[in-house]
Design a protein around this ligand. Structure first.
Ligand SMILES: Nc1nc2c(ncn2[C@@H]2O[C@H](COP(=O)(O)OP(=O)(O)O)[C@@H](O)[C@H]2O)c(=O)[nH]1
Ligand SMILES: Nc1ncnc2c1ncn2[C@@H]1O[C@H](COP(=O)(O)OP(=O)(O)O)[C@@H](O)[C@H]1O
Length: 387
């Protein structure tokens, strides 16, 4: 049985939807989901960030969950409301791009992780106003040209794409920089981080561990760019099964002879590694063809032609330089607000009480077309002011 947090079980009635201020200045919301009461506590003085506790009413016990994802930073209070299998948390006194958060309590990702980790799990996901295009997963055998194609894309459209920097236990190559090409790490450290739920996916490839951290994907989403992942076929399968809705592209070589030539000419691997990569390539190509993971296969015979086809797939084949989508609507929620769910809509009641001019404003947070979620970001949110 977990240690009880600093408030009483009697406090655990459902609600309040706008945070209750506790004696020590902290703010607490309680939300009931099935037999469990989710208690979200944030310190009002900004010294502590938001914390989650669960009270299991059927067992009469506190449960300490594994909390996945980066949690929201401290704020001056918060309000919360249950929306499907996640709790929408609105932070008070935070910047517009940091005020909407979701605590996922029973989404597909949370259920998967609960099974995998064998503990109670919740996952934070930051809400993003507007739509960012779906992430792009690129897979294919070693030496086929994935890195080359991705570099071309990032060079031509620097403001549009961001690379998900993976972790790996393999040694850096000559030109590779830590934090840019990979986060180079030790096996024991990475194994521990895998256990702690740091990775969206991971796999053992050509004798080394590789993994995409949740943070690697979040960093790109936060920069408003479309995320590109260069991961192997096993990783692509894991991502396909996750809530990260991506486009999956398999890059295939024109022949095994050409693949071997490219690998040898690249000159980055020792003979033993080249042979291992070539052996693995056959199985990878087979899986790329037969699995139902990939949406598209691109043959990388002539590089320029393949690059043009890749751009076409991503809707970048016009002559016009792609513009970033229109700036999303930005609303600064006032400190004094409450939130409620009416049918399938989230209504935020903003009370701005300047002495003479007391006005009430209703804002609807449109959650009807949300996409993604933990890990990564919950996208597709929109505000509508109700007159
Ligand atoms: N599952 C998974 N695979 C990765 C990740 N990062 C890289 N890989 C894959 O690991 C394999 C080996 O990558 P690398 O050692 O850089 O060699 P290269 O493909 O020959 O350039 C490639 O198939 C990559 O796509 C990752 O985060 N997760
Ligand atoms: N279409 C192509 N024709 C000839 N060489 C290519 C082509 N695409 C890539 N290469 C070369 O093949 C080698 C392997 O490419 P790279 O992008 O490193 O592969 P990957 O990232 O898939 O391991 C590099 O030296 C690259 O310059």
């Amino acid at each position: 049985m977990g240690e009880a947090p600093a408030f009483l079980v009697d406090d655990l009635q459902d609600g309040p939807l706008s945070g209750l201020e506790l004696n020590n200045g902290a703010c607490k919301t309680t939300t009931m989901v099935g037999d469990k009461t989710y208690v979200i506590v944030g310190a009002g003085d900004g010294t502590l960030s938001i914390d989650v506790q669960i009270f299991d009413r059927s067992l009469g016990e506190w449960v300490h969950p594994t909390v996945l994802g980066n949690k929201p930073s401290s704020c001056k209070g918060h309000s919360a409301v249950l929306f499907e299998n996640r709790i929408l948390v609105l932070k008070k006194g935070s910047k517009p791009d940091d005020q909407i958060w979701f605590l996922e309590v029973d989404t597909q990702y949370v259920r998967q992780q609960r099974k995998k980790l064998g503990t109670e799990v919740v996952a934070w996901s930051k809400g993003v106003i507007g739509n960012v295009e779906r992430p792009v997963v690129i897979s294919g055998p070693s030496g086929v040209g994935k890195g080359t194609l991705i570099s071309m894309l990032m060079k031509e459209f620097p403001s549009m794409f961001g690379f998900s920097v993976s972790h790996t236990t393999r040694a850096p190559r000559n030109m590779e920089k830590d934090g840019v090409h990979y986060h180079f790490t030790d096996k024991s450290v990475m194994e521990k981080e895998i256990k702690n739920g740091k990775f969206l996916e991971f796999a053992s490839v050509h004798g080394n561990l590789y993994g995409t951290s949740v943070e690697a994907v979040e960093v790109v989403a936060d920069s408003g760019k479309r995320c590109i992942l260069d991961i192997d076929v096993q990783g692509a399968r894991s991502v396909r099964a996750s809530s990260l809705e991506a486009i999956f592209i398999f890059i295939s070589p024109p022949s095994m002879e050409e693949l071997e030539k490219r690998l040898r000419d690249r000159g980055t691997e020792a003979e033993e590694q080249i042979l291992k990569r070539l052996r693995n390539a056959e199985a990878e190509i087979e899986q790329g063809k037969s699995s139902n993971v990939f949406d598209f296969t691109l043959y990388n015979d002539n590089l320029e032609e393949c690059y043009e086809r890749l751009k076409k797939l991503l809707g970048l084949d016009g002559f016009v330089t792609p513009q970033k989508s229109a700036a999303p609507r930005e609303i600064n929620l006032p400190m004094d607000h409450s939130v409620s769910k009416v049918d399938d809509k989230i209504i935020i009641n903003c009370i701005s009480s300047e002495l003479e001019n007391e006005s009430k404003n209703l804002i609807m947070l449109d959650v009807s077309s949300i996409k993604g979620g933990a890990p990564g970001r919950t996208r597709g949110l929109d505000f509508q002011v109700i007159d």
